[in-house]
Each structure stands twice: as C-alpha cells, then as structure tokens.
Ligand binder design. Sequence first.
Ligand code: GLN
Ligand code: ZN
Length: 759
Amino acid sequence: MSVLSSNLGYPRIGEDREWKRALESFWAGELTEEQFEFEMKQLRLRHIQKQKEKQVNLIPVGDFTYYDQVLDLAVMFGLVPERFNYEGGPVSLETYYAMARGNQDAVACEMTKWFNTNYHYIVPEYKSGNLNLTENKPLKAYREARDELGVRGKPVLIGPYTFLKLSKGYESHQIPEFILQLLPLYTQILVELEQEGVEWVQLDEPILVTSITEEEMKTVAYIYEQLHEAAPKLKKLLQTYFDSVSHYEQLVELPVQGIGLDFVHGKEQNTQAIETHGFPEDKVLGVGLINGRNIWKSNLSEKLAFVESIAKHVSVEQMIIQPSSSLLHVPVTVTNEDKLDSTLKQALSFADEKLDELKLLVDGIRLGKEAIRAQLEEAESILETIAQAPFRNRVAVHEAVKSLDEKSSKRQHPFSERRVAQQERWNLPSLPITTIGSFPQTAEVRQARQKWRKGESTTEQYEQFIQNEIKKWIEIQEEIGIDVLVHGEFERTDMVEFFGEKLGGFAFTSKAWVQSYGSRCVRPPVIYGDVEFIEPMTVKESVYAQSLTDKPVKGMLTGPTTILNWSFVRDDLPRSQVAFQIALALRKEVEALESNGIQMIQVDEPALREGLPLKRSEWDEYLEWAVQAFRISTASAQDQTQIHTHMCYSEFKDIIDSIKALDADVISIETSRSHGELISSFEEHTYDQGIGLGVYDIHSPRVPRVEEMTKMIDRALRVLDPALFWVNPDCGLKTRGIEETVVSLKNMVEATDVARNKL
Ligand code: GLN
Ligand code: ZN
C-alpha cells in the first residue's frame, strides 16, 4: 500500500457562484424543482470530476448541500421543529428552506458561526421521542458519483458527538437520551454504506479540538464503540480540524480505522502528542498538511520535511495526505483573477490549486523529492519573490511597529479625568441620543456607486450625490432630535472593503468568493503587504457633515481587529503584527479627523469576539493583542476627544475585562435580542465608562413602540449610571428602509424624553 491523498470537502458555490444563483432563482420561483435539482446535480458532478482530474485518491461525496451540511443532517434525522408542521417521511425542499430561512408562519431555525470560521450553520433543535432516518444522503451521493463518473468516493458526514454538541434545546440530563436517539440513525447510515461496499467514510468531529472534558471523551468512546460494532468492516476516519485535539491519548484508542489531525492550525501540539505518545500501528493517520483556511501557496519542501519528521513515529504507508480542513472556507480558483499583481497572483492558492499542491506532495512522498525537484524549486522561488517584494518590506511600517511602547497604547489621562474635559467640551444632555453609523443604503445609493464605478458618471457627480445624501440625513437627524449625529456611511459598500481600498497593502479579487451562510457569499480583501496609511480616508465626508450642523458629528472608522478578522491575511507575519500595522494606520486617520475638527470618533470592533481561539486557554493571548491594537489606534487622541466603539454581540460576560481594557470613552453594544441577559451581566460586573445598550433591534423591519424602549431604558438604568448611559439602536441602519428608520428613531427620541423626565 502506498500513501494516499484525500480531500475533506470541496466548495459548493462554483467558480462563478452558479450555486448561489440557482438557489436564489429557485426561491424566486424562476426555476422549477426539477430544473433546480438538475442544476445542482450538474454542479455536484462537475466538482467531483474536477477532483478526479486532479487525481485525489479519496474524493469526498455528500459534502455538497442545498444550503448547509448541518441542516442536511438534521433533516435526514427528521429533526424538524414542530412549527414547520412536518408529519414524517422525506422532508420536502419547501420545509428544508423554511427551516433555513423562515416562512410566513414560522421563524427560521437559529444560525450561528461554524467554529472559528466565517461559515454559518443552521442549529438543529432537539426533540424527544423516536427518530427515523428520512434519507441516506451520503449513500445516495456515493452511488451517484460511482454510477455517473466511476468515482468510488468517500462519504462525509458530521459525527455524532459534534452534531449533539452543536444542537440546542436539551438539558444536560437529556444527553444520554439524545445519544440513544442518534445512534441507531448513524448506525443505519454506516451499515448501509458498508453493505454498498464503501471503503472509507469520514466522520467530522471538530468539537474534539475545543476544550472538552475527560468525561466527555468517555461518551465519545461509547459512541464510537457502538458504531464500530455495527459496521466493523467500514473504515471510519474520525476527522478533526481547526486546532489540535484536546485528548490525544484517548482519541487514538477509539475503535476507528483512521484519525485525521490538523497539522497546520494545531501543528505544534498535535506533533508533540505523536512524538510523546506514538501513533497506533493499526490505524491510518490523516495528515492535514495543506492549509484549508488561507489562500497562500504552501512551502512544499517544508511540508515534505515535516512528513519525514513524523515518519519516525508513523510509517508513511499509514498516512493519508490531505488539506487541514474542508476547502469550503477558501475560494474556488485563482485562474480567473486576471487583475491581480503577478507577484501576488502566483503566490495564491485557492481550492483547485491546493489540490494541485496535494498531488505534488503525494508524488514527492511516493517517488522521492528528486522526482519533483523542479516544482519544489518553482514554489520556493515564488515564495521567495513575494517575501522580497517591496510591498512586504516597507521599512517605515516595520520600524513604527517596532518602536511601539507602553505609552503608544495609553491615552494621556485616565477616563475619570477625560470625562471632565469631555463634559466641558461637549455639554451633552443626560442620556445622549446617537446612532451606530450607517443610514439606509437604498437601491438609489447603490446604483449611484455602480454608475460611478463603471465610469458612467464622473467622480464629481458621485461625490455630489454622496454630499446630498449626507445633507438630507443631517437634516433628518436634527429634526428628529438626535444629539450626536453621523454622516451615514453612504460612500461605503462594506465597512472593511472601504478602508482596504484606501490603505496600502490590501488587494481585491474579482471572484474569490466564499460561502458565509446559505446563498450569501463574501469576498474578503487580501492583506498581502505591509499596511500603510496613504491619505485621509474619511475626513472629507465627516468634515462636510460637521459643516452643516452645530451638533457634534461622530467620525466613523472600522477597528484593526475587525479589519483583520474579515480579511485573508498574509501568513508570514503573526496576526498581532498585522493588527498593529492596521492600528498605526488608523491612528493617523484618528489624528487627521481630530485636526480637522472631528473630535468624537467611533472605532467599530464588531468582530473582536469572533477571533477568539477555539481553546479557552488561548483566549488571553489573543485578547491582549486585540485590545492593544484598538488602543494603539485611539491612544493619541486628546483628552477632550471622545472615543466611541461599537460591538455586535451581547455575549459580554466572559470578555468584560478586555472590553473595559479598550478604554473607550463610550461603548455601544448590540443587545436588543437578549436584553435581559446583557443587563444581568452588569449586575455582576461594574462598567463605569460611557455605555449605550441598543434599545431596539435593527435586524427586523418592525417599528419599535415608545413604551418598549422606555422599558428597556428603565431596566438598564437600574444597573447602570444614568450619567454614563447613552441611547441608541443596537447596530447600523444600513439594511433598513428610510421610512421605518425615521419612525423608529422618532419613537426612540420620545422614549428617551420619557426617561429623562423621570431622572
Ligand atoms: N458603523 C457601522 C454601521 O453602522 C457598524 C456596523 C456593524 O457593527 N457591523 O453600519
Ligand atoms: Zn453592530
């Protein structure tokens, strides 16, 4: 037996987002169910065919989906919540999409982030009682690939323990019952696969890289013993990814034929575990070597050297070489990116190119390094070229980061003193009213930008259009009675893209989309070089807005960690260093705003929390540099300059110390959806800087009533100091309509007046 290559999952969206378009056309009624199924099948087979041409030995099947792979499994298990009126049997596409997106009568299932990625899955809802397998989707996928393409694929499905942990709606005492429900379903799937003659099945258990207990590992062992007993001949590869496993010794004892480990993100610990404890001779090791989370070419010589080093503990014949995770998290192919700088382009590797790298690696292992010398040298020279490129070696940027010291991240005086200076400077009423930044991005706004980008209108015309919008909204805000105004962000498509386009070191692709949730895809900017401030980015709009009113206008910036977390980042520097580079560029922007008379500045960090590592033990290190980056960007502000920040989540308790450490003068938090929970966290922890808890939910077109918001404010004031409390919606209003926004804000002002009268 010689070493095999394997892939863990392939992007479903297509080179040109064909998948997205098919879904949306089907939802819009433009495709019949048959037409839709046909298009899906074409795509599915094309993806398998591509992997076959790239000579992947174990091609994943069943990883394709019509929305989300977790939802698929819930539906296979008949786990359809009551509110969708499901009566057993195969689940219709209508019900499937109702669960994903909601319908007239029932709210959608919850959606949440898949581990530390920007992919979102649909959360299964537990229900007691008997469950039946409605469909064996992996088996169907296996047969299709075999019959249509002659490919004997490797069915992929999420393993039982991860499925259980990601589901909701049960208490801990119900776990044994839940397991007993799931086991027969998994057993049936595996037995049917075994009978079909399937060789390998991949069971994804990424939950095993999070902080789980020894006790939980015993449950995992029980589960896998049951599965093994039911289908002993079917080779089960228990796959982990995104980090190192928490309980290596127990894991490798499980009765499965293969274990897949991530040697990119969990490299150090996973390697150390193998070196210390060895690896069982009767198992196969899935060696996750090619980074499934970034877009850069690998250093193949290093990867080969790594294989050699672990070959001391695991024989090469026992290895399957694979990407570190599913390729779902990277774009499809670099070939269509013809606008990129060539040094950058040749250093990129998306899903298809990663499979080429995989093939090379396996050739190198099978035939020896000499056989692929030319390719190794080429890869090395490409990496060398980009490493030496001027855009990666901006001396001034490196020096600036190096010379950061304690003072660089400290404002001149503590909050207690700044507060006095700010009170004097701003003289705001009690419970000051503000908004989070954006106002409705109507079709008209988007069209104006499109026209300008296509060259159908001049820059002057476009800027005039933006000014008119700003003017309109300054008037609206004044009339409504808001105290601290914003310019409305009409010139921005996206809060990261806007800054990326103006800073040095960022590149933008044409087609490098990745799925975020359902049919929604994002195209993250690429931070490929040293990040550098070129010229003021927001001063013009803010200054114009301020010129129209006597009330303060808040400047509006996106924070360093959010820019970092929502981009593809170069992999030759630690993330913290890149964050500091961005922070230093933003610091110049803060200074530019200040010197142009904008002395209230909001630096948004909605993505601070989502960068948290999967293991709690690593949180502190991340939080420390993320907080420091924020502070670097804001610390040079004068005492009287009021720094605001905004965050889009209300899970607050566990990182409250870090949030305090940002040392912002005012923070606004997205809260309306779990108001009670958030307020209770302030009963336990004091927060004694300015704070605005969003008083209404902007994610819904519903107009909030005055009394609802009065209640919210009253509740908050029971635990928070009225002298520090701000009133605002819970996030930006970019996605809302104009009318509902105006009425909602009027109600918010009225609610504030009621509360003020009670003070
Ligand atoms: N200032 C941004 C806006 O209002 C904040 C968006 C966000 O928090 N995601 O749109
Ligand atoms: Zn927000």
